[in-house]
Design a protein around this ligand. Structure first.
Ligand code: ARG
Length: 463
C-alpha cells in the first residue's frame, strides 16, 4: 500500500503473483468462516488503539461501524468476496477501504495477520468446544434415558464377538456414557488451554506501541494473555488438542455405530432402526440400512487422519510463523463439523431406537453364557479356579458333541465332570448371574441403578 490515499485493491503480499501461485496460496474458501471472529478482533483492536491514543477516537468509531456493516453484508450473503485477496483478513480490510477510505489503513497498526489468525482460531476452538459439549450432553442424556428405561433387560455380553456372560442392557449402554464423559473432560480441558489471547504478539516479537492487551482480552472474552509473543504466533497445540479430542470421541461413536449396524442386522435383530434414520436400497425393496451409522464410522477415520495431518504440519516448523500453518484450517474445521454433526445425529437417532427386548432376552438364555458362573460355584465350594475352569470346559465340550444344552442335563451326568456340582446348578439362569455381580462397577441391577444415579447427578451439576 505505497499510496495511502488509494483504496487497497489487492493484498500487499499477493501483488504481482502468478495466477497459479495466487490460486495455490489463497485460503479464502476455508478461512471465510472465521469472519465473525476476525471482525470481533478488529473492532476490539480499533477500540484499543483509540483508548491508547494510537489512533483518534473518531477513527476507531468509523472503523468499528464499517466493520459491523461488513459483518452484516457477509451474513446477508451480500459481501463481495474476492479470491485474489488471498484470505478473509485481506478481504475484510479491502472492503473497509471501500467503505471508509484511507483511515482503513490504520487498522493494521500494531498488529499482524500472524497474531490475528492465531486469535481467530483460538476463538473458533473455544466455541467449537462449547458446541461439541452441548451436543455431547444431549447424547449422554439419550443414552441415560434408554439405560433407565431398560433396567430389567438382560442380554448376552460379548468378548471377541462370542457370547461371554450375561449383562444388563443398561450396563452395556452406560459404558458409552462414561466414554463420552471423558470426551467431555478432554474438550473442557482443550477449551481452557485455548483461552489465551495472542493479539499483541504482532508478527512475532510484539509491537512498538503502548498497547493494552488486557483490554483486548476482556473485549474478546479471553481470560489470559499469552505470556510469549513467539509462542503466541507459532503454536497450534490448542488445535491439535481439539482434533485429538474429536478423534477420540468419534472413535467412541464409531464403536457405538458398529454396534448399531450389527444389532440392526437380522441375524442379531437386537434393535429396530427408527424409520427416519434407516435408508432404503434402490434395488432391494426389503432393506432398512444403517447408512448413518456407517457414515459415522467413516468420519471417525477421516478425523483420525486430520490429527495425523495436523501433527505433521507442525512438527518440522522452525519458530515463529510459517505459512504451513495456513493448512491447519481444513483438518480443524472438518474435525469440528464431523464431531458436532455426529454427536447431534446420534442423540436424535438413539433416542428413537427401539430395542427388541424379546430377542435380547432370548439370546441371554444361551446356557454357554453361564459357564463362568458354574466354575465360580465350584470355586465357592472349595475347588481351585483353574481346576473348576477345566471341569466346566469338559462339560461344555461334552454338551457340544452330544448336541445338548445345559437344561437337558441330569445331575448325574454333570457329576461325571465334577463331584461338587449340585442340583441347584441346573437351575442357574442369566438373572442370577447378573445379580451376583454386585459390587461397584458390576452389572447387578442395584449397581447399575447407582451408576445411573451418579450419571444423572453429573449431568445436573456439570456444564
Ligand atoms: N492466511 C494465513 C494463515 O492462515 C494468515 C496469516 C498470514 N501471515 C503471513 N505471514 N503470510 O495462516
Amino acid at each position: 500500500m505505497s499510496n495511502p490515499e488509494s483504496p487497497s485493491p489487492t493484498s500487499p503480499t499477493a501483488q504481482g503473483l502468478h495466477p497459479l501461485a495466487l490460486a495455490y496460496s489463497a485460503s479464502l474458501h476455508w478461512d471465510r468462516r472465521l469472519y465473525r471472529y476476525d471482525i470481533a478482533c478488529s473492532i476490539a483492536h480499533a477500540r484499543m488503539l483509540a483508548r491508547q491514543g494510537i489512533i483518534a477516537p473518531e477513527e476507531a468509531q468509523k472503523l468499528a461501524q464499517a466493520l459491523e456493516e461488513i459483518r452484516e453484508e457477509i451474513e446477508a450473503g451480500a459481501f463481495p468476496f474476492r479470491q485474489e485477496l488471498e484470505d478473509i483478513h485481506m478481504n475484510i480490510e479491502a472492503r473497509l477501504f471501500e467503505k471508509v477510505g484511507e483511515v482503513a489503513g490504520k487498522l493494521h497498526t500494531a498488529r499482524s495477520r500472524n497474531d490475528l489468525i492465531a486469535t481467530d482460531l483460538r476463538l473458533f476452538v473455544m466455541d467449537a468446544c462449547q458446541e461439541a459439549i452441548r451436543a455431547l450432553r444431549e447424547l449422554q442424556r439419550a443414552i441415560l434415558d434408554k439405560a433407565e428405561a431398560h433396567l430389567g433387560v438382560v442380554m448376552p455380553g460379548y468378548t471377541h464377538l462370542q457370547g461371554a456372560q450375561p449383562l444388563l442392557l443398561s450396563h452395556h449402554l452406560m459404558a458409552y456414557f462414561w466414554m463420552l464423559e471423558r470426551d467431555r473432560e478432554r474438550l473442557e480441558g482443550c477449551r481452557v488451554r485455548a483461552d489465551e489471547l495472542p493479539l499483541g504478539a504482532g508478527a512475532l516479537a510484539g509491537v512498538p506501541y503502548p498497547i493494552d492487551r488486557q483490554f483486548l482480552a476482556q473485549q474478546l472474552g479471553f481470560s489470559r494473555l499469552s505470556p510469549n509473543s513467539v509462542d503466541a504466533v507459532s503454536s497450534r497445540d490448542f488445535a491439535v488438542e481439539f482434533v485429538a479430542a474429536a478423534a477420540i470421541c468419534l472413535t467412541h461413536l464409531s464403536r457405538l455405530a458398529e454396534e448399531v449396524v450389527l444389532w440392526a442386522s437380522p441375524p442379531f435383530a437386537f434393535l429396530e432402526l427408527p424409520q427416519e434414520f434407516a435408508t432404503g436400497s434402490s434395488i432391494m425393496p426389503q432393506k432398512r440400512n444403517p447408512d448413518l451409522a456407517e457414515l459415522a464410522r467413516a468420519k471417525a477415520a477421516r478425523v483420525a487422519g486430520h490429527l495425523v495431518a495436523l501433527l505433521g504440519i507442525i512438527k518440522g516448523l522452525p519458530l515463529a510463523y510459517n505459512r504451513d500453518l495456513q493448512e491447519d484450517k481444513v483438518p480443524l474445521f472438518e474435525s469440528a463439523d464431523a464431531l458436532i454433526s455426529t454427536l447431534r445425529l446420534f442423540a436424535a437417532m438413539l433416542s428413537r431406537l427401539q430395542f427388541r427386548i424379546d430377542v435380547l432376552e432370548k439370546a441371554a438364555q444361551d446356557p454357554a453364557l453361564l459357564a463362568t458362573d458354574l466354575a465360580d460355584r465350584l470355586v465357592k465350594r472349595g475347588m481351585p479356579f483353574r481346576q473348576a475352569h477345566q471341569a466346566v470346559k469338559e462339560l461344555f465340550s461334552y454338551l457340544r458333541e452330544a448336541g445338548k444344552d445345559l437344561s437337558h442335563l441330569t445331575l448325574d451326568e454333570m457329576r461325571r465332570f465334577c463331584p461338587f456340582f449340585k442340583e441347584e446348578d441346573l437351575a442357574l439362569d442369566p438373572w442370577t448371574a447378573v445379580k451376583d455381580r454386585d459390587h461397584p462397577g458390576g452389572t447387578s441391577p442395584q449397581r447399575v441403578r447407582e451408576q445411573i444415579a451418579l450419571a444423572r447427578h453429573l449431568l445436573k451439576e456439570g456444564p
